[in-house]
Design a binder for this molecule. Structure first.
Ligand code: LLP
Length: 416
C-alpha cells in the first residue's frame, strides 16, 4: 500500500484528497496516514515471530500524542530522551514499564521522575551518569534498572550529523571500557544491570554497519555474562533508513531477520528503537505557493512553509520529493528552487525541481513524518503548523495550528 498516491489525478492520503485537507485546515499542514504507521509497526513486530522482543518507538521522531496513542494500542514500548517525552508517553496511555531512557545528559530531576514512573531501563552513556543514577536511586531507596550504551566504533555510512557510533562521537561508553563499567555497575548498591544497548546512527541504508555493530555487541554481551553479570535484554537501537529519493534500505523484515540470526544463541529479550522507519514515509507537509519569482539566474517558488516547519534540508542538505497535488506530466513546467519566507539562505525545501506551477497551488513535501514537525520552531515568529491524521476516508486534526497568542504566552515586560 502506498500512503500518498495519485488517484484520478489527485494526490491523496489514503482515501482523502490532500487538496481537501489543505482547504479545510489551511497550510502549512502536516498530514499523516494511520494505515502506514500501523503497517510499518506490524512489519517490525511480526518479523520477530515468537521470539521475546519489544519495539520501543523512538519518540523523538514524532511525538504527537495521537501518534503515540496509536502505537500504545498496538502494544508498543518507547525510547525517550527527556522527561518531556516520558510525560507525552504517559499522557498517550503508554506503560512506563515499556520505556527505555536514552541520552547523554539526563538531569537529576529527570532521573527521579523516571524512577518514580517505574521505567524499564536507563540506557546509561557515561560513568558520571552511572554514579549519579546510583546516588539518585539510593536517596529514594530504589534500584535503578540500567543498560550500558556501548559505542562500538562503527561507521554507519550516513550524514556525519546523524552518525553516533564512532569513537569521536559523544554517545555511549567506548567499547574497550564497557566491561570494566559493567563490573563497576554490578557492585553498586542502587543500580541493577538489566541490559546492554547501542545505536550507531540514523538513516542507515545497508546492513553491513548494523551487522558489524551487532557482532561486536554480541561478543561483549558474552564477555559480560562470562563475568557472572546476567543480561535480561539486548537493545540494538534504531537507525534503519527509508527511501527519500532512490535509496534502497533493507526492509524491516530483512533487518529483523539479521538481528534474530546474530542473537539466536541468547535467550535475552531483543529490543529495537525504530523511529524514522515507522514514521518517515507516513507523513507529508502541505504548503501553498505564495509567489513565483523569476530572476536572471533562478526561478523561485516562494511557499508558506519554511525551515522552521521542516528543518532537514537546511540542516543536513536533505532531499525530499516535492509533488504537485494534481498529477503533472513529467518534464513539463520550469525548474524552481522551492523556498520559504524565512530570512536565511538556508531556508529552502528543495532545489532545482521541475514543476508546472501557479501562485496559489499547493505542494506536498514528502517523507516528512519523522523529524519534521518535532524539529519545528517558531523562528521569525512563525506559528507552528497544524497536524492532521487521515484514517481511511476520515481526517482528524491531531494538533491545531498555534495561535499568535500562544506564541507570545509567558513573555512579559520589565516594570520600568
Ligand atoms: N535510539 C536512539 C538512542 C537514537 O538516538 C535515535 C535517533 C533512535 C533510536 C531512532 O533512530 P531512527 O530509527 O529514527 O533512525 N534529526 C535527524 C535524525 C536524528 C536521529 C537521532 N537519534 C534527521 O532528521 O535525520
Amino acid at each position: 500500500m502506498q500512503a500518498f498516491a495519485y488517484s484520478n489525478g489527485q494526490l491523496c492520503a489514503e482515501e482523502v484528497a490532500l487538496a481537501e485537507i489543505a482547504r479545510h485546515f489551511g497550510t502549512p499542514c502536516h498530514v499523516y496516514s494511520r494505515a502506514t504507521i500501523e503497517q510499518q509497526w506490524h512489519a517490525f513486530n511480526s518479523a520477530f515471530g515468537r521470539r521475546d522482543h519489544l519495539i520501543c518507538y523512538a519518540v523523538k521522531a514524532n511525538s504527537n500524542i495521537a501518534i503515540l496513542n496509536l502505537l500504545v494500542r498496538l502494544g508498543c514500548g518507547f525510547d525517550i530522551v527527556s522527561i518531556g517525552e516520558l510525560e507525552r508517553v504517559l499522557r498517550a496511555g503508554g506503560d512506563a514499564r515499556k520505556v527505555v531512557f536514552s541520552g547523554v545528559g539526563k538531569r537529576t530531576d529527570e532521573m527521579q521522575r523516571a524512577l518514580k514512573a517505574g521505567i524499564k531501563c536507563f540506557n546509561v552513556e557515561s560513568i558520571a551518569e552511572l554514579e549519579r543514577l546510583n546516588s539518585v536511586a539510593g536517596k529514594v531507596k530504589m534500584m535503578a534498572p540500567v543498560s550500558i550504551r556501548v559505542n562500538p566504533d562503527v561507521d554507519a555510512g550516513t550524514h556525519p550529523y546523524i552518525a553516533t557510533g564512532l569513537k569521536e562521537n559523544k554517545f555511549g561508553i567506548p567499547y574497550a571500557d564497557a566491561l570494566p563499567v559493567y563490573a563497576m555497575a554490578a557492585i553498586m548498591d542502587s543500580v541493577k544491570v538489566v541490559g546492554i544497548d547501542c545505536h550507531i546512527g540514523s538513516q542507515i541504508t545497508s546492513m553491513a554497519p548494523f551487522i558489524n555493530a551487532l557482532e561486536r555487541l554480541k561478543s561483549l554481551a558474552t564477555a559480560i555474562e562470562d563475568k557472572g553479570i546476567a543480561l535480561q535484554h539486548i537493545d540494538v537501537g534504531g537507525g534503519l533508513g527509508i527511501c527519500y529519493q532512490n535509496e534502497t534500505p533493507p526492509t524491516p523484515q530483512e533487518y529483523v531477520a539479521a538481528v534474530l540470526e546474530i542473537f539466536s544463541g541468547t535467550p535475552c529479550q531483543l529490543i529495537l528503537e525504530p523511529g524514522r522507519s515507522i514514521m518517515g514515509n507516513a507523513g507529508v507537509l502541505l504548503t501553498r505557493v505564495e509567489y513565483l519569482k523569476q530572476t536572471p539566474h533562478k526561478n523561485f517558488a516562494i511557499v508558506d512553509a519554511a525551515m522552521n516547519d521542516h528543518l532537514r534540508p537546511a540542516l543536513y542538505g536533505a532531499w525530499h520529493n516535492i509533488l504537485p497535488l494534481t498529477e503533472q506530466k513529467k518534464n513539463k513546467g520550469e525548474v524552481y528552487d522551492i523556498v520559504g519566507p524565512v530570512c536565511e539562505t538556508a531556508d529552502f525545501l528543495g532545489k532545482d525541481r521541475r514543476l508546472f506551477l501557479q501562485q496559489g497551488d499547493v505542494l506536498a513535501i514528502c517523507s516528512v513524518g519523522a523529524y519534521g514537525f518535532c524539529m519545528s520552531s517558531t523562528y521569525n515568529s512563525r506559528t507552528r503548523a497544524c497536524e492532521v491524521m487521515v484514517d481511511g476516508k476520515t481526517m482528524h486534526e491531531i494538533r491545531r495550528r498555534e495561535t499568535l497568542e500562544e506564541l507570545m504566552t509567558g513573555e512579559s515586560l520589565i516594570p520600568v
